[in-house]
Design a protein around this ligand. Structure first.
Ligand SMILES: [Zn+2]
Length: 443
Protein backbone atom coordinates (compact mmCIF):
# COMPACT_ATOMS: atom_id res chain seq x y z
CA UNK A 1 0.00 0.00 0.00
CA UNK A 2 2.78 2.38 1.00
CA UNK A 3 4.71 1.50 -2.16
CA UNK A 4 1.69 2.22 -4.34
CA UNK A 5 1.22 5.56 -2.62
CA UNK A 6 4.89 6.51 -3.12
CA UNK A 7 4.74 5.55 -6.82
CA UNK A 8 1.66 7.70 -7.33
CA UNK A 9 3.38 10.64 -5.54
CA UNK A 10 6.34 10.39 -7.93
CA UNK A 11 4.00 10.44 -10.93
CA UNK A 12 2.01 13.29 -9.45
CA UNK A 13 5.23 15.34 -8.92
CA UNK A 14 6.29 14.59 -12.48
CA UNK A 15 2.90 15.78 -13.76
CA UNK A 16 2.96 18.95 -11.65
CA UNK A 17 6.51 19.91 -12.50
CA UNK A 18 6.76 18.33 -15.92
CA UNK A 19 4.58 20.73 -17.92
CA UNK A 20 6.56 23.79 -16.81
CA UNK A 21 9.85 22.31 -17.93
CA UNK A 22 8.56 20.41 -20.93
CA UNK A 23 6.37 23.11 -22.47
CA UNK A 24 9.43 25.26 -22.91
CA UNK A 25 11.05 22.56 -25.07
CA UNK A 26 8.44 20.44 -26.85
CA UNK A 27 4.66 20.47 -26.56
CA UNK A 28 3.25 17.53 -24.59
CA UNK A 29 1.97 14.73 -26.76
CA UNK A 30 -1.71 13.80 -26.64
CA UNK A 31 -0.71 10.36 -25.36
CA UNK A 32 1.26 11.90 -22.47
CA UNK A 33 -1.65 14.14 -21.51
CA UNK A 34 -4.06 11.20 -21.54
CA UNK A 35 -1.66 9.13 -19.41
CA UNK A 36 -1.24 11.95 -16.90
CA UNK A 37 -4.99 12.52 -16.72
CA UNK A 38 -5.44 8.81 -16.04
CA UNK A 39 -2.83 8.98 -13.28
CA UNK A 40 -4.54 11.98 -11.67
CA UNK A 41 -7.79 10.05 -11.75
CA UNK A 42 -6.11 7.04 -10.12
CA UNK A 43 -4.56 9.29 -7.47
CA UNK A 44 -7.94 10.84 -6.68
CA UNK A 45 -9.55 7.39 -6.39
CA UNK A 46 -6.68 6.25 -4.19
CA UNK A 47 -6.91 9.28 -1.90
CA UNK A 48 -10.67 9.07 -1.62
CA UNK A 49 -10.46 5.37 -0.77
CA UNK A 50 -7.89 6.24 1.93
CA UNK A 51 -10.26 8.87 3.27
CA UNK A 52 -13.19 6.42 3.17
CA UNK A 53 -11.25 3.81 5.10
CA UNK A 54 -10.27 6.32 7.69
CA UNK A 55 -13.77 7.74 8.00
CA UNK A 56 -15.19 4.24 8.40
CA UNK A 57 -12.64 3.47 11.09
CA UNK A 58 -13.63 6.50 13.09
CA UNK A 59 -17.38 6.28 12.48
CA UNK A 60 -19.09 5.98 15.86
CA UNK A 61 -21.60 3.47 14.37
CA UNK A 62 -18.87 1.11 13.32
CA UNK A 63 -18.26 -0.05 16.87
CA UNK A 64 -21.93 -0.88 17.22
CA UNK A 65 -21.79 -3.01 14.06
CA UNK A 66 -18.75 -4.89 15.39
CA UNK A 67 -20.43 -5.43 18.70
CA UNK A 68 -23.49 -6.78 16.93
CA UNK A 69 -21.35 -9.26 15.01
CA UNK A 70 -20.11 -10.49 18.38
CA UNK A 71 -23.64 -10.85 19.73
CA UNK A 72 -24.89 -14.44 19.45
CA UNK A 73 -28.54 -13.32 19.36
CA UNK A 74 -27.85 -11.01 16.38
CA UNK A 75 -26.02 -13.83 14.60
CA UNK A 76 -28.99 -16.16 15.17
CA UNK A 77 -31.35 -13.53 13.77
CA UNK A 78 -29.25 -13.28 10.60
CA UNK A 79 -28.60 -17.03 10.27
CA UNK A 80 -31.03 -19.76 9.26
CA UNK A 81 -30.57 -22.17 12.17
CA UNK A 82 -31.58 -25.75 11.38
CA UNK A 83 -31.50 -28.51 14.00
CA UNK A 84 -31.26 -31.82 12.14
CA UNK A 85 -32.64 -34.10 14.86
CA UNK A 86 -35.18 -33.90 17.69
CA UNK A 87 -37.42 -36.74 18.92
CA UNK A 88 -40.35 -34.51 19.87
CA UNK A 89 -42.98 -36.31 17.67
CA UNK A 90 -43.17 -39.12 20.25
CA UNK A 91 -44.15 -36.52 22.84
CA UNK A 92 -46.87 -35.23 20.51
CA UNK A 93 -48.32 -38.75 20.29
CA UNK A 94 -47.69 -40.29 23.69
CA UNK A 95 -47.97 -37.26 25.98
CA UNK A 96 -50.18 -35.02 23.84
CA UNK A 97 -47.93 -32.07 24.73
CA UNK A 98 -48.89 -28.61 23.50
CA UNK A 99 -45.75 -27.20 21.87
CA UNK A 100 -47.25 -23.71 21.81
CA UNK A 101 -46.60 -23.30 25.51
CA UNK A 102 -43.38 -23.43 27.49
CA UNK A 103 -43.19 -27.02 28.72
CA UNK A 104 -41.86 -27.75 32.20
CA UNK A 105 -39.95 -30.82 31.02
CA UNK A 106 -38.28 -32.08 27.85
CA UNK A 107 -36.03 -29.97 25.67
CA UNK A 108 -38.22 -28.52 22.94
CA UNK A 109 -41.31 -26.38 22.37
CA UNK A 110 -42.17 -23.43 20.13
CA UNK A 111 -41.54 -20.86 22.87
CA UNK A 112 -38.05 -22.12 23.67
CA UNK A 113 -37.26 -22.64 19.96
CA UNK A 114 -38.02 -18.96 19.36
CA UNK A 115 -35.90 -17.91 22.33
CA UNK A 116 -32.97 -19.94 21.03
CA UNK A 117 -33.12 -18.35 17.59
CA UNK A 118 -34.03 -21.64 15.87
CA UNK A 119 -35.58 -21.43 12.39
CA UNK A 120 -36.14 -24.99 11.22
CA UNK A 121 -36.51 -28.31 13.01
CA UNK A 122 -36.11 -31.74 11.46
CA UNK A 123 -38.40 -33.90 13.61
CA UNK A 124 -37.19 -37.47 13.94
CA UNK A 125 -39.77 -40.11 13.05
CA UNK A 126 -38.46 -42.86 15.30
CA UNK A 127 -39.93 -46.34 15.43
CA UNK A 128 -38.60 -48.14 18.49
CA UNK A 129 -38.19 -51.65 17.02
CA UNK A 130 -38.48 -53.44 20.37
CA UNK A 131 -41.80 -51.71 21.08
CA UNK A 132 -43.25 -51.28 17.58
CA UNK A 133 -41.48 -53.94 15.50
CA UNK A 134 -38.51 -53.93 13.13
CA UNK A 135 -40.95 -53.80 10.21
CA UNK A 136 -44.58 -54.71 9.48
CA UNK A 137 -47.82 -52.82 9.85
CA UNK A 138 -47.24 -51.69 13.46
CA UNK A 139 -43.90 -50.08 12.55
CA UNK A 140 -45.47 -48.30 9.58
CA UNK A 141 -48.40 -47.10 11.68
CA UNK A 142 -46.06 -45.72 14.34
CA UNK A 143 -44.15 -43.77 11.67
CA UNK A 144 -47.30 -42.59 9.90
CA UNK A 145 -48.83 -41.38 13.19
CA UNK A 146 -45.74 -39.32 14.02
CA UNK A 147 -45.61 -37.75 10.54
CA UNK A 148 -49.32 -36.92 10.84
CA UNK A 149 -48.62 -35.30 14.24
CA UNK A 150 -46.00 -32.99 12.68
CA UNK A 151 -48.37 -32.05 9.83
CA UNK A 152 -51.08 -31.39 12.44
CA UNK A 153 -48.72 -29.14 14.43
CA UNK A 154 -48.28 -26.94 11.33
CA UNK A 155 -51.98 -27.03 10.43
CA UNK A 156 -53.20 -26.20 13.93
CA UNK A 157 -50.66 -23.42 14.51
CA UNK A 158 -50.11 -21.75 11.13
CA UNK A 159 -49.11 -18.53 12.90
CA UNK A 160 -46.00 -20.32 14.26
CA UNK A 161 -45.27 -23.36 12.10
CA UNK A 162 -45.27 -24.39 8.45
CA UNK A 163 -44.44 -27.84 7.09
CA UNK A 164 -41.38 -27.79 4.81
CA UNK A 165 -39.85 -30.24 2.38
CA UNK A 166 -37.18 -28.16 0.61
CA UNK A 167 -34.48 -25.54 1.16
CA UNK A 168 -36.69 -23.04 -0.68
CA UNK A 169 -39.56 -23.83 1.72
CA UNK A 170 -37.27 -23.16 4.70
CA UNK A 171 -36.09 -19.82 3.27
CA UNK A 172 -39.68 -18.74 2.51
CA UNK A 173 -41.07 -19.81 5.91
CA UNK A 174 -38.22 -18.10 7.77
CA UNK A 175 -38.85 -14.99 5.66
CA UNK A 176 -42.46 -15.05 6.92
CA UNK A 177 -41.16 -15.10 10.49
CA UNK A 178 -42.30 -18.68 11.18
CA UNK A 179 -40.64 -21.93 12.19
CA UNK A 180 -40.19 -24.63 9.54
CA UNK A 181 -41.12 -28.22 10.48
CA UNK A 182 -39.44 -31.05 8.57
CA UNK A 183 -39.29 -34.81 9.03
CA UNK A 184 -36.69 -37.59 8.79
CA UNK A 185 -37.05 -41.33 9.44
CA UNK A 186 -34.74 -42.69 12.14
CA UNK A 187 -34.12 -46.32 11.22
CA UNK A 188 -35.55 -47.87 8.07
CA UNK A 189 -37.97 -50.14 9.94
CA UNK A 190 -41.05 -48.37 8.60
CA UNK A 191 -40.29 -49.11 4.94
CA UNK A 192 -41.01 -52.74 5.89
CA UNK A 193 -38.50 -54.19 3.38
CA UNK A 194 -40.48 -52.69 0.47
CA UNK A 195 -38.72 -50.38 -2.00
CA UNK A 196 -42.01 -48.70 -2.95
CA UNK A 197 -42.38 -47.45 0.64
CA UNK A 198 -39.35 -45.17 0.23
CA UNK A 199 -41.34 -43.14 -2.30
CA UNK A 200 -44.44 -43.40 -0.09
CA UNK A 201 -42.57 -41.70 2.77
CA UNK A 202 -41.01 -39.15 0.41
CA UNK A 203 -44.54 -38.22 -0.72
CA UNK A 204 -45.52 -37.80 2.94
CA UNK A 205 -42.77 -35.19 3.24
CA UNK A 206 -39.90 -37.22 4.75
CA UNK A 207 -36.54 -35.81 3.60
CA UNK A 208 -33.98 -38.09 5.25
CA UNK A 209 -33.74 -41.67 6.46
CA UNK A 210 -31.11 -43.60 8.40
CA UNK A 211 -31.09 -47.26 7.32
CA UNK A 212 -30.91 -48.50 10.92
CA UNK A 213 -31.21 -47.17 14.48
CA UNK A 214 -29.62 -49.25 17.29
CA UNK A 215 -31.10 -52.49 15.95
CA UNK A 216 -29.97 -53.77 12.51
CA UNK A 217 -32.55 -54.08 9.76
CA UNK A 218 -32.54 -57.08 7.40
CA UNK A 219 -30.84 -54.82 4.84
CA UNK A 220 -28.49 -52.61 6.95
CA UNK A 221 -26.19 -53.22 9.94
CA UNK A 222 -26.39 -51.02 13.05
CA UNK A 223 -23.54 -49.84 15.30
CA UNK A 224 -25.71 -50.90 18.26
CA UNK A 225 -25.92 -54.69 17.95
CA UNK A 226 -23.95 -57.85 17.15
CA UNK A 227 -25.39 -58.22 13.63
CA UNK A 228 -23.92 -54.84 12.69
CA UNK A 229 -20.37 -56.09 13.25
CA UNK A 230 -20.55 -58.10 10.04
CA UNK A 231 -23.56 -56.57 8.28
CA UNK A 232 -23.31 -53.68 5.84
CA UNK A 233 -25.89 -52.90 3.15
CA UNK A 234 -27.44 -55.89 1.38
CA UNK A 235 -28.20 -55.66 -2.35
CA UNK A 236 -31.68 -54.47 -1.35
CA UNK A 237 -30.05 -51.89 0.96
CA UNK A 238 -28.03 -50.54 -1.97
CA UNK A 239 -31.24 -50.32 -4.00
CA UNK A 240 -32.81 -48.31 -1.16
CA UNK A 241 -29.88 -45.84 -1.22
CA UNK A 242 -30.17 -45.46 -5.01
CA UNK A 243 -33.94 -44.93 -4.69
CA UNK A 244 -33.33 -42.24 -2.03
CA UNK A 245 -30.82 -40.57 -4.39
CA UNK A 246 -33.41 -40.64 -7.18
CA UNK A 247 -36.11 -39.10 -5.00
CA UNK A 248 -33.86 -36.52 -3.33
CA UNK A 249 -34.11 -38.04 0.16
CA UNK A 250 -30.91 -37.62 2.18
CA UNK A 251 -29.16 -40.74 3.53
CA UNK A 252 -28.33 -40.41 7.25
CA UNK A 253 -25.41 -42.47 8.57
CA UNK A 254 -26.00 -41.77 12.29
CA UNK A 255 -26.40 -45.13 14.12
CA UNK A 256 -25.29 -47.39 11.24
CA UNK A 257 -22.40 -49.88 11.52
CA UNK A 258 -18.99 -49.06 10.05
CA UNK A 259 -19.57 -51.55 7.25
CA UNK A 260 -22.94 -49.96 6.42
CA UNK A 261 -21.32 -46.50 6.46
CA UNK A 262 -18.77 -47.51 3.83
CA UNK A 263 -21.39 -49.25 1.70
CA UNK A 264 -23.51 -46.07 1.80
CA UNK A 265 -20.72 -43.67 0.75
CA UNK A 266 -19.65 -46.09 -1.99
CA UNK A 267 -23.22 -46.44 -3.31
CA UNK A 268 -24.64 -42.93 -2.97
CA UNK A 269 -24.11 -40.48 -5.81
CA UNK A 270 -25.44 -37.58 -3.72
CA UNK A 271 -24.21 -35.90 -0.51
CA UNK A 272 -24.40 -38.14 2.58
CA UNK A 273 -25.13 -36.70 6.02
CA UNK A 274 -24.92 -37.66 9.70
CA UNK A 275 -27.88 -36.05 11.46
CA UNK A 276 -26.66 -36.54 15.06
CA UNK A 277 -23.15 -37.94 15.56
CA UNK A 278 -19.84 -37.06 17.19
CA UNK A 279 -16.17 -37.76 16.50
CA UNK A 280 -14.74 -41.12 17.58
CA UNK A 281 -11.28 -39.51 17.87
CA UNK A 282 -12.59 -37.59 20.91
CA UNK A 283 -15.34 -39.83 22.35
CA UNK A 284 -14.63 -43.43 21.44
CA UNK A 285 -18.13 -44.88 21.05
CA UNK A 286 -19.17 -47.07 18.08
CA UNK A 287 -21.99 -44.59 17.26
CA UNK A 288 -19.44 -41.87 16.41
CA UNK A 289 -17.54 -41.31 13.16
CA UNK A 290 -13.83 -42.03 12.67
CA UNK A 291 -11.62 -39.43 10.97
CA UNK A 292 -11.59 -41.54 7.77
CA UNK A 293 -15.40 -41.63 7.79
CA UNK A 294 -15.64 -37.85 8.27
CA UNK A 295 -13.24 -37.34 5.35
CA UNK A 296 -15.21 -39.75 3.12
CA UNK A 297 -18.53 -38.11 4.06
CA UNK A 298 -17.12 -34.65 3.27
CA UNK A 299 -15.96 -35.94 -0.13
CA UNK A 300 -19.60 -36.68 -1.00
CA UNK A 301 -20.34 -33.00 -0.26
CA UNK A 302 -22.19 -33.94 2.93
CA UNK A 303 -22.35 -32.59 6.49
CA UNK A 304 -21.62 -34.03 9.95
CA UNK A 305 -24.27 -32.58 12.26
CA UNK A 306 -22.77 -32.80 15.72
CA UNK A 307 -24.97 -34.25 18.48
CA UNK A 308 -25.44 -32.42 21.83
CA UNK A 309 -25.58 -35.62 23.94
CA UNK A 310 -22.79 -35.98 26.58
CA UNK A 311 -22.41 -39.74 25.98
CA UNK A 312 -21.24 -39.14 22.42
CA UNK A 313 -19.15 -36.06 23.25
CA UNK A 314 -17.29 -36.59 26.53
CA UNK A 315 -14.51 -39.19 26.69
CA UNK A 316 -15.27 -41.90 29.28
CA UNK A 317 -18.85 -40.71 29.90
CA UNK A 318 -20.32 -43.76 28.14
CA UNK A 319 -18.52 -46.19 30.49
CA UNK A 320 -19.66 -44.19 33.53
CA UNK A 321 -23.23 -44.24 32.22
CA UNK A 322 -23.12 -48.02 31.78
CA UNK A 323 -22.06 -48.41 35.42
CA UNK A 324 -24.90 -46.09 36.55
CA UNK A 325 -27.37 -48.03 34.37
CA UNK A 326 -26.39 -51.18 36.28
CA UNK A 327 -26.87 -49.49 39.65
CA UNK A 328 -30.28 -47.98 38.84
CA UNK A 329 -31.70 -50.97 36.91
CA UNK A 330 -33.99 -52.15 39.76
CA UNK A 331 -35.37 -48.62 40.26
CA UNK A 332 -35.99 -48.24 36.51
CA UNK A 333 -37.75 -51.60 36.47
CA UNK A 334 -39.99 -50.69 39.42
CA UNK A 335 -41.02 -47.41 37.72
CA UNK A 336 -41.92 -49.33 34.56
CA UNK A 337 -44.03 -51.86 36.45
CA UNK A 338 -45.79 -49.14 38.45
CA UNK A 339 -46.87 -47.38 35.22
CA UNK A 340 -50.28 -48.73 34.22
CA UNK A 341 -50.32 -47.30 30.67
CA UNK A 342 -49.24 -48.58 27.27
CA UNK A 343 -45.69 -49.61 26.28
CA UNK A 344 -44.86 -46.03 25.27
CA UNK A 345 -45.92 -44.78 28.72
CA UNK A 346 -43.83 -47.45 30.44
CA UNK A 347 -40.84 -46.24 28.42
CA UNK A 348 -41.56 -42.66 29.55
CA UNK A 349 -41.62 -43.81 33.18
CA UNK A 350 -38.24 -45.55 32.75
CA UNK A 351 -36.75 -42.48 31.04
CA UNK A 352 -37.95 -40.20 33.85
CA UNK A 353 -35.97 -42.23 36.40
CA UNK A 354 -32.90 -42.26 34.13
CA UNK A 355 -33.06 -38.47 33.66
CA UNK A 356 -33.17 -37.91 37.43
CA UNK A 357 -30.45 -40.42 38.25
CA UNK A 358 -28.05 -39.35 35.46
CA UNK A 359 -28.30 -35.72 36.65
CA UNK A 360 -27.35 -36.85 40.17
CA UNK A 361 -24.70 -39.45 39.33
CA UNK A 362 -22.93 -38.42 36.13
CA UNK A 363 -20.44 -35.55 35.67
CA UNK A 364 -21.76 -32.42 33.94
CA UNK A 365 -20.51 -31.72 30.42
CA UNK A 366 -20.49 -28.23 28.90
CA UNK A 367 -20.90 -26.75 25.44
CA UNK A 368 -17.10 -26.39 25.16
CA UNK A 369 -16.90 -30.16 24.60
CA UNK A 370 -19.48 -29.93 21.80
CA UNK A 371 -17.34 -27.24 20.15
CA UNK A 372 -14.26 -29.51 20.48
CA UNK A 373 -16.08 -31.90 18.11
CA UNK A 374 -17.02 -29.07 15.73
CA UNK A 375 -13.36 -27.91 15.78
CA UNK A 376 -12.22 -31.45 15.03
CA UNK A 377 -14.47 -31.76 11.97
CA UNK A 378 -13.42 -28.30 10.75
CA UNK A 379 -9.71 -29.15 11.13
CA UNK A 380 -10.22 -32.40 9.21
CA UNK A 381 -12.44 -31.27 6.34
CA UNK A 382 -13.11 -27.52 6.62
CA UNK A 383 -15.98 -25.28 7.63
CA UNK A 384 -18.38 -26.47 4.88
CA UNK A 385 -19.07 -29.92 6.32
CA UNK A 386 -20.32 -29.35 9.85
CA UNK A 387 -23.77 -28.66 11.29
CA UNK A 388 -25.93 -29.36 14.35
CA UNK A 389 -28.25 -32.23 15.39
CA UNK A 390 -29.29 -31.87 19.03
CA UNK A 391 -31.13 -35.18 19.66
CA UNK A 392 -33.32 -33.17 22.04
CA UNK A 393 -36.27 -35.07 23.52
CA UNK A 394 -34.45 -38.30 22.64
CA UNK A 395 -31.84 -38.28 25.41
CA UNK A 396 -31.92 -38.47 29.21
CA UNK A 397 -29.00 -36.10 29.75
CA UNK A 398 -28.05 -32.79 28.15
CA UNK A 399 -25.15 -30.35 28.22
CA UNK A 400 -25.12 -28.21 31.38
CA UNK A 401 -25.23 -24.91 29.45
CA UNK A 402 -27.17 -26.12 26.41
CA UNK A 403 -29.87 -28.03 28.24
CA UNK A 404 -32.71 -27.22 25.86
CA UNK A 405 -33.30 -25.46 22.54
CA UNK A 406 -33.63 -22.01 24.19
CA UNK A 407 -29.91 -22.17 25.05
CA UNK A 408 -28.72 -22.57 21.46
CA UNK A 409 -26.92 -19.17 21.64
CA UNK A 410 -24.49 -20.78 24.17
CA UNK A 411 -23.06 -22.64 21.19
CA UNK A 412 -22.66 -19.46 19.15
CA UNK A 413 -21.04 -17.69 22.10
CA UNK A 414 -18.42 -20.45 22.39
CA UNK A 415 -17.83 -20.49 18.60
CA UNK A 416 -17.22 -16.71 18.70
CA UNK A 417 -14.87 -17.12 21.65
CA UNK A 418 -12.82 -19.59 19.61
CA UNK A 419 -12.50 -17.18 16.70
CA UNK A 420 -15.19 -18.38 14.29
CA UNK A 421 -16.55 -15.52 12.17
CA UNK A 422 -20.24 -14.68 11.78
CA UNK A 423 -20.05 -16.22 8.28
CA UNK A 424 -18.57 -19.47 9.65
CA UNK A 425 -21.26 -19.65 12.32
CA UNK A 426 -24.04 -19.14 9.77
CA UNK A 427 -22.69 -22.16 7.88
CA UNK A 428 -22.53 -24.30 11.03
CA UNK A 429 -26.01 -23.31 12.23
CA UNK A 430 -27.73 -24.25 8.97
CA UNK A 431 -26.08 -22.79 5.87
CA UNK A 432 -24.22 -26.01 5.13
CA UNK A 433 -27.40 -28.08 5.39
CA UNK A 434 -29.27 -25.70 3.07
CA UNK A 435 -26.48 -26.29 0.53
CA UNK A 436 -26.88 -30.09 0.86
CA UNK A 437 -30.66 -29.88 0.54
CA UNK A 438 -30.32 -27.77 -2.60
CA UNK A 439 -27.88 -30.33 -4.05
CA UNK A 440 -30.32 -33.17 -3.25
CA UNK A 441 -33.16 -31.32 -4.97
CA UNK A 442 -31.22 -31.06 -8.25
CA UNK A 443 -31.45 -34.00 -10.61
ZN1 LIG B 1 -30.68 -41.36 17.45
Amino acid sequence: MQFAFATLCVYFARFAVGPVVLTQRTPRSRKETQRDAALIFLLLVFCSSCRMTKTTETQPNQKVVNEELDNPIVIHRRAIAIDMHADTPQRLLDELVNLQERLEDGHFDSVRAREGGLDAQFFSIWVEPQLFGGGGKTAMKRADDQIAAVHALAEQHPETWAFATSAADIRRIVGEGKLAALTGLEGGYAIDDELANVERYHRMGVRYMSPAWSVSTSWAGSSGDEAGRTRGLSDFGKQVVREMNRLGMMVDVSHVSDKTFWDIVNTSTKPVIATHSGCRAIANVPRNLTDEMIQALAKTGGVVNVIFYPEHLEPGWSEKKKAVDGEIAPKVQRASEAEPGEVAHKKLARDRVRTEEYAKRLPPVGVTRLVDHIDHVVKLVGIDHVGIGSDFDGVQSTLSDLADISELPSLTRELLRRGYTAGDIEKILGGNMLRVMEAMEKN
